[in-house]
Design a protein around this ligand. Structure first.
Ligand SMILES: O=C(O)CCC(=O)C(=O)O
Ligand SMILES: [Fe+2]
Length: 339
């Protein structure tokens, strides 16, 4: 199916936009939490305005991202992503990673998806320092001074916002506000800088190449910052297989639920399939799409934790669908198939 025909437009943003300010300042916590949860249940995605992540920090991270990806390939390759998907750190050149949409694809399926249309994006992945399972992979000292510090500073800033969003989620689910804190103590999160290089509009529309293929995220929640280029689409909950264009909203961050949270919530919350296509309504004199930059921050439940369906998400009429699972076991299984 070619580009635009599977995409519907819904309102200006495509997904609900919630003013998060009254949660942050405490003036209307429950109302904001309810609105956020409603959107998570229906779309799996929400835009939050007044989210508390300082705009100057976001801008600075985008500037660093452009500087990093603007380096010659041989410089970026000084911090190479290891061949294994389970050590998800460092730089991946365009076409290396291909996200899988199914949880347990067989090897043949993985090869077929890879052969079909490469994801034309490059990425740089960062976790916390002192992580024995997935140590960070940095450029050598002296190359791009300040980059490592900027990434780590942003990593920890996003981690603070993560706690606030999780508190809203807990209230929305009528759990105690700090319910999720105990499961997110060790920030096994991942900051990802993404660059989608300029490619011919036609190759994107005819699906000769993809920016990021349809997939869902693995973890609990993702905070997603994007530039103003557009192209993000989420699957329409009322029309499976069709996609809603999610237009960038100035000053807002998108937040989406991941598969782990969907499972944890006994499928009350949706982890929605999404993808990045050609920006909508693009007029391009030279037939090329603009470059696009985005910065997702994937939040994971502590790898040391095992979870069972959240209180309030099951009953005799709606029994638990899932067995308890360890966060580590779950995430490693998902990462392993992406490289
Ligand atoms: O670039 C985007 O807007 C989305 C990226 C994304 O979905 C991902 O990295 O999982
Ligand atoms: Fe994603």
């Amino acid at each position: 199916m070619a580009g635009g025909d599977t995409t519907v437009r819904l309102g200006d943003a495509g997904i609900p936009v919630v003013d998060f300010g009254p949660f942050v300042d405490g003036s209307k916590k429950q109302a904001v939490a309810d609105a956020m949860l409603d959107s998570f249940k229906t779309y799996g995605f929400v835009y939050l305005k007044n989210h508390g992540l300082p705009q100057d920090k976001i801008d600075a991270m985008f500037t660093w991202s452009k500087t990093f990806f603007g380096q010659p390939m041989e410089v970026k390759q000084l911090a190479p992503h290891p061949p294994s998907g389970t050590h998800h750190r460092g730089y991946s050149a365009p076409g290396i990673e291909k996200v899988q949409s199914s949880i347990d694809p067989d090897e043949k399926e993985v090869q077929e998806i890879r052969a079909k249309a490469p994801d034309v994006k490059e990425s740089f992945e960062v976790g916390r320092e002192q992580d024995d399972i997935q140590p960070n992979i940095w450029l050598p000292d002296g190359v791009l001074p300040g980059f490592k510090e900027a990434c780590l500073d942003f990593f920890w800033t996003c981690n603070e916002v993560k706690f606030v969003v999780l508190r809203a989620l807990a209230l929305g689910l009528h759990l105690s506000e700090d319910f999720f804190d105990q499961y997110h103590q060790t920030p096994d999160n991942q900051l990802r800088l993404l660059h989608y290089p300029s490619v011919p509009v036609e190759s994107l529309e005819k699906e000769k190449v993809t920016r990021i293929g349809a997939h869902s995220d693995f973890g609990s929640i993702t905070l997603l910052m994007q530039d103003d280029v557009g192209g993000l689409e989420v699957e329409d909950p009322n029309n499976p297989g069709k996609f809603i264009a999610v237009h960038p909203v100035e000053g807002a961050i998108a937040v989406n639920a991941g598969d782990f949270l969907q499972r944890w919530s006994n499928d009350i919350i949706r982890s929605t399939v999404h993808r990045v296509r050609a920006p909508p309504n693009l007029t391009s004199a030279d037939g090329m799409t603009p470059d696009r930059y985005s910065i997702p921050y994937f939040c994971s439940t502590d790898f040391s934790k095992t979870v069972e369906c959240l209180p309030g998400t099951y009953s005799t009429e709606r029994p638990k669908k899932y067995e308890p699972i360890s966060a580590l076991e779950y995430i490693m299984k998902r990462l392993a198939v992406n490289y």
